[in-house]
Ligand binder design. Structure first.
Ligand code: COA
Ligand code: AMP
Length: 637
């Protein structure tokens, strides 16, 4: 048994002792009554009775321990030509003042605050300010459209919405305020106030007394202190795609989250106070919550907030520039970012222009890392490249090579082993564990460790039916995969309708709902097809209603625009084709898997249950007109 194996076994055999030890790394205003409460099984709570404050553990504690002058946050924004650093002391001061602004508006512990903001320091300050006074934040990614924002407003019912006048994505400036105004007009719930941070690139118009200017509010702010909350109180809600157009509000508690992230920073990423950590993601995603904001600050690291792209801001050397300029020790991003860099600089020539000696490891997540990208990154950077797997729901890695517990051999295509605290099993459809190397449903035996979602916002029933009912006693990840004979985990695909586009999780069901709302559409299917850069992209197959005589190209263009307007540009929905019928089984199930195989150029078997095999020829021709597959297809009959 290695040290890792010992620790892993202990985490499962003695979870209370294991997590009590981890909880010792956290500052509690009041100790917890027990580590773990299973009286409401299968719903569990961690550290009930404990009182603590997340912001205190992210900022105040470091200042009190003499690290106030250390850099907490570096804002690096090639799109605005800005690099700005905040020490722990400075970030604390800014956060306390903004917490005062929120308090002055009547915000109390438990109130919800939506943060629809770009990658600027004010966003981090806003999140921490909410945590400081016990308010529950819900950050909405800037690439979502007004309707998606409206859905979240109605679900979270925020007292206040925080926004900025614009986001900047590469060379595009996206005014946020019109999107917010539209979302509020679509939503049933009205926030009391919107506080708007004005960026110099665009000035937002502030309509009436509902809208306040961020900087003006700050002039009158009285700094606010930390409000201790109970461990099980929600810290944030983060919406993620579910199997319908309705997003799921993943709830994160305060205590379990703090303990788990603190543990992960050392044991998974091998980081200590003073190290520089860069998660090149967006605060709108879980990676941004856990590893741009909370994890690095809990650990006393310096975190990088990068408002740029891997390419084009200004070139594919951007990541290397940031690493060398800020002496980054650990980098975390999605494989798609590396594919983008590799596409523009295949030989990695720009790497040679920078001193990357500070960089110890690269972590990749968000999608399965293809072996080409893994090989390229390893060869060019000559450091461990770790693919690790997790979800918005878990909040921190489930499968990883835990560097802090000793590096294990890397098997390309695998996210290595279950992280301590997670008991991962692979089950067949009947719920029986499968043999090594056999693919099945990846589940986690309950209880989930601290940090994972305790429920969905205002939707205990949805939590139960989505995650717990399929295999009693297990949490359903909705990922399919296998474990090999060494217990290495290979995550292969989703078992639901979720696709992964440039590391972004999207529901094809949600997109189909949008297409179906078009008056000319009788039926449709969206399939995620392989894309060299983004991993997957959505492709729409549309059957027009009888009697529609308008130009199909015109209708397809309208559909593409509709998805952009209703879901947002992040959906990357740019491929659609008209077909006479959709291939279905005799019982009426659309054969999305077969369409995907044709599009991806994989050998496919004509399903025995198909109602009319000739439809597949039409699908093949339609895809050919779009330039797919990129490889040769061969049907097996
Ligand atoms: N606000 C508004 N619009 C946004 C946005 C934001 N914050 N982020 C993205 N968009 C828009 C983009 O401008 C683009 O719009 P377009 O269709 O008009 O071009 C669209 O949403 C799709 O964006 P994206 O998926 O980022 O594609 P891209 O072609 O602009 O860039 C990559 C491709 C691979 C470079 C980019 O996706 C990337 O850097 N990915 C890193 C992955 C990542 O951070 N994943 C998070 C999980 S770890
Ligand atoms: P999100 O909730 O947006 O983080 O997306 C989570 C989903 O992304 C997972 O359920 C997987 O389907 C996929 N995913 C994330 N990381 C990996 C990985 N390293 N390997 C395989 N799939 C991954």
């Amino acid at each position: 048994m290695t040290e890792f194996d010992d620790i892993y076994r202990r985490s499962l055999d003695e979870p209370e002792a294991f997590w009590a030890e981890a909880a010792g790394q956290v500052h509690w205003h009041h100790p917890y009554d027990s580590v773990f409460d299973d009286s409401l099984s299968p719903r569990y709570s961690w550290f009930p009775g404990g009182r603590l404050n997340t912001c205190y553990n992210a900022l105040d504690i470091h200042v009190e321990n003499g690290r106030g002058a250390q850099t907490a946050l570096i804002y690096d924004s090639p799109v605005t030509h800005t690099v700005r650093s905040y020490s722990y002391e400075h970030l604390l001061e800014k956060t306390a003042c903004f917490a005062g602004v929120l308090k002055a508006q009547g915000v109390r512990a438990g109130d919800r605050i939506i943060i629809y903001m770009p990658m600027i320091p004010e966003t981090v300050i806003a999140m921490l300010a909410c945590a400081r006074i016990g308010a529950v934040h819900s950050v909405v990614f800037g690439g979502f459209a007004a309707r998606e924002l409206a859905t979240r407003i109605d679900d979270a019912e925020p007292l206040i919405i925080l926004t900025a006048s614009c986001g900047i994505d590469g060379d595009k400036i996206i005014p946020y305020k019109p999107l917010l105004d539209e979302a509020i007009s679509l939503a049933k719930h009205s926030p009391l106030r919107c506080i708007v941070f004005q960026r110099p690139e665009v000035r937002a118009s502030l309509a009436d007394e509902r809208d306040l200017d961020w900087s003006e509010c700050l002039t009158k702010a009285v700094p606010a202190g930390c409000v201790p909350v109970t461990s099980t109180d929600p810290l944030y809600i983060l919406y993620t795609s579910g199997t319908t157009g309705i997003p799921k509000g993943v709830v994160r508690d305060n205590g379990g989250h703090l303990v788990a992230l603190q543990w992960s920073m050392k044991n998974i990423y091998d980081l200590d106070a003073g190290d520089v950590y860069w998660a090149a993601s967006d605060v709108g995603w879980v990676v941004g919550h856990s590893y741009i904001v909370y994890g690095p600050l809990f650990r006393g690291c310096t975190t990088i907030l990068y408002e740029g792209k891997p390419v084009g801001t200004p070139d594919p050397g951007a990541f290397w520039r940031v690493v060398s300029e800020h002496k980054v020790n650990v980098l975390f991003t999605a494989p798609t970012a590396f594919r983008a860099i590799k596409r523009e600089d295949p030989e990695g020539q720009l790497i040679g222009n920078y001193d990357l000696t500070s960089l110890r490891s690269l972590f990749l997540a968000g999608e399965r890392c293809d072996t080409d990208t893994l090989g390229w990154a390893t060869e060019k950077l000559k450091i461990p490249v770790i693919d690790h797997w997790w979800q918005t729901e878990t909040g921190w890695p489930v499968g990883a090579n835990c560097l802090g517990l000793g590096m294990r051999p890397i098997k390309p295509g695998s996210c290595a082993k279950a992280v301590p605290g997670y008991d991962i099993r692979v089950l067949d459809d009947e719920g029986t564990e499968v043999a090594p190397n056999a693919i099945g449903n990846v589940v986690i035996k309950l209880p989930l460790p601290p940090g994972c979602l305790p429920t969905l916002w205002q939707n205990d029933h949805g939590f139960q039916t989505t995650y717990l009912d399929t295999y009693p006693g297990y949490y359903l990840t909705a990922d399919a995969g296998y474990k090999d004979e060494d217990d290495y985990l290979f995550i292969m695909s989703r078992t639901d309708d979720i696709i992964n586009v440039a590391g972004h999780r999207l529901s094809t069901g949600g997109m189909e709902e949008v297409l179906s709302s078009h008056p000319d559409v009788a039926e449709c299917a969206i399939v995620g097809i392989a894309d060299e850069l983004k991993g997957e992209i959505p492709c729409g197959f549309v059957v027009l209603s009888a009697g529609v005589t308008r130009e199909i190209d015109l209708i397809l263009a309208e559909l593409i625009q509709l998805v952009r307007n209703e879901i947002g540009p992040v959906a990357s929905f740019k491929l659609a084709t008209g077909v006479q019928r959709l291939p279905k089984t005799r019982s009426g199930k659309i054969l999305r898997g077969t369409i995907k195989k044709i599009a991806d150029g994989e050998t496919y078997r004509v399903p025995a249950t198909i109602d009319d095999p000739d439809i597949l020829n039409e699908i093949t021709q339609s895809l050919a007109s779009l330039g797919y597959p990129k490889n040769q297809v061969s049907p097996l009959r």
